[in-house]
Design a protein around this ligand. Structure first.
Ligand code: ISE
Length: 340
């Protein structure tokens, strides 16, 4: 499957290298980036892929049959819509869009086409530790799942990151994990936060999201994007008979000079490299088998609807109800996953 990768920064570069070096059935046919020098370096590493400065031009090139979008968040919806217009399957990094309205436009365009072509890059659904928790939660072994707990810590946030960015760019993963782990919809959110950096703008780099989930369940997410010590993500699902939570990092536990220590990852590229690989392998297999079965445009939209409610709660200081239209038949859980 000849794939075009939009964006050759940290995320796009990793996707291109994984596709080239680790995913059977995939070939990096092209990469695009406004920074053509950076694109050239990635292209060279990935079998002399073609280089484009313009993403749309690459997407429209006949040599590209599937697309990975890993460009800046504001470009995601527009480029995904171009893939839909051309009938090209696309794996779009989260967030699908920067607002629910923009994401709904993608959903409506895909429903109009009548076939699923969009997968959203919620890669935690492919992380072995997260999958193990979800399988345990849905197996009945811990009783009825009643509470989702997530913690998500970045070592440091980028310049200009405000409360909205923390939600749309970071907490979007945890909101999706809650929907996925509890197999339900987020119904109400209440967000409180802190600015731990002492910056005058009062934006929250530490947020506590309390929420309710359909079926009478609850959740709480801590997102802290200036944690300092490293990158750490985990979930726990609490059931009526027991709990399941993600195992700690797999690195060696070192005993030295009367102390234990274990490494903590720097960032998501390091912590979730296996998940990104499994995600891409599954996506290519699904395309070659004609069955898309990953997180879809509706998942991308639903996470953004909850995210927007979180931002509204931050601004108002009050709880915010999350309301969304009926799930179209194309995205029903019962619908066959066959798409192409
Ligand atoms: C980043 O964009 C990611 O997607 C990471 O998975 C997440 O942990 C991080 O907070 C985001 O900024």
């Amino acid at each position: 499957m000849p794939v075009g990768v939009v964006g050759t920064g940290g995320m796009g570069g990793m996707h291109a290298r994984i596709l080239h070096h680790k995913v059977a059935g995939a070939r990096v046919a092209a990469v695009s980036d406004v920074d053509t020098e950076r694109a050239g370096k990635v292209a060279e590493e990935c079998g002399s892929a073609a280089i484009f400065a313009d993403a749309g031009e690459m997407i429209r090139d006949d040599a590209v049959e599937a697309v990975v979008i890993a460009s800046p968040d504001p470009t995601h919806a527009e480029l995904t819509l171009e893939c839909l217009r051309l009938g090209k399957p696309v794996l779009c990094e989260k967030p699908l869009a920067t607002s629910p309205e923009e994401a709904l436009g993608v959903v409506e365009a895909e429903v109009e086409r009548g076939e699923k072509l969009v997968q959203v890059g919620f890669m935690r659904r492919y992380d072995p530790q997260h999958v193990d928790v979800r399988n345990t939660a849905t197996s009945g072994d811990i009783g009825q799942p009643v509470l989702f707990k997530g913690w998500h810590r970045n070592a440091a946030s980028p310049p200009g990151a405000d409360s909205g960015w923390v939600v749309i760019n970071s907490a979007i993963h945890d909101l999706d994990s809650a929907r996925w782990m509890l197999d339900g919809e987020i119904e109400e959110v209440f967000v409180r936060g802190l600015d731990t950096t002492g910056s005058p703008d009062g934006e929250f780099d530490l947020q506590l999201i309390q929420f309710s989930v359909s079926g009478g369940r609850l959740g709480i997410i801590e997102v802290y994007v200036d944690a300092g010590y490293g990158y750490e993500v985990g979930v726990e699902v609490v059931g009526t008979r027991g709990t399941a939570y993600t195992a700690p990092p797999t690195g060696a536990v070192i005993r030295l000079e009367r102390a234990y220590s274990q490494g903590v990852e720097d960032d998501w590229l390091e912590r979730f490299e296996p998940a990104y690989t499994i995600q891409l392998q599954g996506w290519i297999e699904a395309l070659n088998n004609g069955q898309l079965n990953g997180p879809d445009a509706w998942d991308g939209y639903a996470a953004l609807v909850a995210a927007e409610a979180c931002i509204a709660s931050i601004r108002s200081g009050n709880p915010k109800t999350v309301s969304q239209p009926e799930r179209p038949a194309l995205y029903s859980r019962e619908a066959p996953e066959v798409v192409r």
